[in-house]
Design a binder for this molecule. Structure first.
Ligand code: DGY
Length: 350
């Protein structure tokens, strides 16, 4: 006998009868492992876990309050979390020593204190690859919306600003013949570059820890960060956020960019010093910025960035396709279930 619980606020629904206990769970003395799920998620992952685990879920479109997370994680064997949940020593202590693994439904894991996890020998699964195409597609869309001023142009039609066809109105910057600089040519950076190549990009530059073999496919040149900034017409933030690159795009970085540069960030808001970005945009030090990620998220509606026509801001929707989010949920479920069964996680953070 086991339970499937959905908790929303004070409401608790308990249902279910399932006696399926695999031999591989024998290390848990024949009881179904308990998994805490921190949000309403696409069902794919829950369907993988439900036949084998006792699930407790914060069934809401809003993040679980921290106090509730700390209360609910106590005694659980696994945690299914999102990038909006800060998983640190306090949460891991609250969980207790039986916590065996964590699966985050994201490719980024800057919200998880990996040192604390390693110290406790808790493996963390994540969801690379399955969101690469969706995120790359959105990055291209955001780049074009920003460089060709799509939001501003559409808004001006609504506001009666479309006088007549004007040879000097709403001019933007095209990709044809341009130099694109990708900061972090990983899975997503590479997928973005592949999609941009057919637009007639003349040169691809990239920076990061080391040269990559895949770069040859698009003839991308490995350069240092400063060279990338000063030579690129488009600068794309595609690297994972770490302690070292927090605020990487700051006053100094913007001052090195070309005045026609379009800056696009679909990675993490923490890469950018937003005060410095605002100044660079107001002073036309760079032409425009497209952001799918900000710090904090959501971006407060009184953020000065929202007053700028040359700044396009989206609400972190890079991976927001039905297919990608379903696959992210499923992979998180598989990561957790595999580990609980004593198998390798399909995608474990090294
Ligand atoms: C991730 O998975 O880290 C992405 O930011 C979600 O879109």
């Amino acid at each position: 006998m086991s339970t499937y619980s959905v908790i929303k606020g004070t409401h608790k629904l308990t249902r279910g009868l399932c006696v399926f206990i695999t031999r591989s769970f024998s290390s848990m003395s024949n009881r179904r492992p308990k998994v805490y799920v921190t949000r309403r998620v696409p069902p794919d992952g829950l369907e993988i876990l439900r036949p084998h685990c006792e699930i407790t879920q914060w069934d809401s479109e809003k993040p679980v309050p921290r106090a509730e997370l700390i209360r609910q994680i106590a005694g659980k064997d696994a945690l299914f979390c999102l990038l909006t949940d800060k998983i640190d020593g306090e949460v891991l202590n609250a969980a207790g020593p039986q916590l065996k693994c964590i699966g985050t439904m994201s490719v980024g894991y800057d919200h998880i204190d990996m040192t604390e996890c390693r110290e406790r020998n808790i493996p963390v699964g994540f969801t690379p690859d399955v969101l690469t195409n969706a995120t790359a597609e959105l990055t291209v869309g955001l780049l074009l919306a920003t460089s060709r001023r799509l939001i501003e142009a559409s808004q001006s039609v609504r506001e009666g600003g479309w006088g007549t066809w004007d040879p000097c109105w709403m001019l933007g910057h095209g990709l044809d013949g341009s130099t694109v600089g990708v900061v972090g040519l990983g899975r997503i950076g590479m997928a973005v570059a592949r999609r941009l190549a057919p637009f007639g990009v003349k040169r691809f530059l990239y920076s990061g820890h080391s040269p990559k073999n895949e770069a040859n496919e698009i003839g991308a040149e490995f350069v240092d960060f400063d060279d990338l900034l000063s030579n690129s017409d488009f600068v794309l933030g595609c690297c994972a956020l770490t302690k070292e690159n927090q605020g990487l795009f700051d006053k100094d970085a913007f001052s090195k960019m070309k005045s026609n540069a379009i800056f696009v960030n679909t990675s993490r808001g923490g890469l950018v010093n937003q005060t410095d970005l605002y100044q660079a945009l107001v002073n036309h030090q760079i032409a425009a910025a497209g952001l799918d990620v900000t710090s904090p998220e959501p971006l407060p509606t009184d953020s000065p960035l929202l007053t700028l026509k040359n700044c396009v801001i989206l609400p972190h929707i890079g991976s927001a396709t039905e297919m990608a989010r379903g696959a992210m949920s499923a992979l998180t479920g598989r990561n957790i279930l595999s580990f609980l069964r004593g198998e390798e996680m399909p995608c474990r953070i090294k």
